[in-house]
Write a protein that binds this ligand. Structure first.
Ligand code: ATP
Length: 301
């Protein structure tokens, strides 16, 4: 299909005896941001390297924009793909600007694009400083600038926010959102699930090389069917259990005016309607969905 940027069909990767990727089929659409999550060793980086044509698949087929990931046609297409590897290595004796110009030459991009890119990632003031004096977060920003060289249409980001401070993380996702709005397709891995859950359209959960689950955060939540937590503050806490008679709650804990209830999603609305019968005696209600960590651990269990 025209809108499929990445297509994987039954992809396997063996490193000798080790089966790192175990029959993955997956499609990523144009303009989509897909999050790839999974435990250490689940196969995320291996999948990235195969999609970039850096290592061959042992079996199966990978296509980017309909082009198989090998040969001259792919080498040409590769110029439109940006990649931020998990561990970025630079020549320490070059400045940030020289480093970016070096990568620009390798990619065949104009050197004029380098300074604006350093500005975009917040490194303009450090552009003429040697990279050996850069902090981990600054190196990560430089790596991001390198990945953005040549205005890629597809971006692979392996743990891109490692080492970034909270402001850096926010700025990083802002840049990504801007590019996304212009139609960029992104595949991103992260171990900080709370960080990516609001920022990806779909999540692929890898487990021991297999695609364990795929969907929006909400779809994954519903599939795992973890209980929601409802917290209320009420002067009538002793009445809550009575008000909820006949509703299947998982747990109900009363601590003074605070009541914590957990329930499955299908009974949520009926439960809230019953709580509404307590009227003005309820001062506050907070409904807490299971976090992505809970969902992920639910899948990983
Ligand atoms: P992490 O979150 O720790 O970065 P990952 O999900 O990216 O992990 P991979 O690096 O793809 O996982 O590794 C998948 C499996 O393949 C692991 O069992 C790993 O030990 C193995 N592996 C990866 N690279 C090699 C290699 N070059 N030679 C042998 N085995 C490898």
């Amino acid at each position: 299909m025209k809108n499929n940027v990445i297509e994987l069909r039954n992809v396997f990767k063996y490193y000798g005896e080790v089966l790192a990727v175990d029959g993955i089929s997956l499609t990523v659409h144009r303009g989509e941001t897909l999050g790839l999550i999974g435990h250490n060793g689940a196969g995320k980086s291996t999948l990235f390297k195969m999609m970039l044509g850096l290592i061959p698949a042992s079996a199966g087929e990978i296509r980017i924009n309909g082009t198989p990931v090998r040969g001259a046609a792919f080498r040409e297409l590769r110029r439109t793909i940006g990649y931020l590897p998990e561990n970025v290595v630079f020549y320490d004796n070059l400045t940030g600007l020289e480093t970016l110009q070096f990568f620009a030459s390798l990619k065949g991009c104009a050197h004029e694009s380098c300074l604006p890119l350093l500005e975009k990632v917040g490194l303009a003031r450090a552009a003429n400083r040697r990279v050996d004096g850069y902090s981990k977060g600054m190196r990560q920003r430089l790596g991001f600038a390198q990945a953005l060289l040549g205005k890629p249409r597809l971006l692979f980001l392996d743990e891109p926010t490692t080492g970034l401070d909270p402001e850096g993380i926010r700025e990083f996702y802002q840049v990504l959102q801007e590019l996304n709005a212009q139609g960029l397709t992104v595949v991103i891995t992260s171990h900080i699930l709370s960080e990516i859950q609001e920022r990806v359209q779909r999540l692929a959960v890898l487990k021991s090389g297999k695609l364990h689950a795929l969907g929006t955060v909400q779809e994954l939540r519903e599939e795992v069917d973890l209980p929601l937590t409802i917290r209320l503050r009420t002067v009538a806490s002793a009445m809550v259990e009575h008000a909820l008679q006949g509703i299947a709650v998982e747990a109900l804990v009363v601590e003074g005016p605070n009541v914590t209830i957990s329930c499955r999603r299908p009974v949520k609305m009926a439960l809230l309607r019953r709580l509404a019968t307590l009227g003005d005696s309820v001062e506050d209600i907070v409904v807490k969905e299971p976090s992505l960590e809970d969902v992920f651990l639910g899948y990983a269990a």
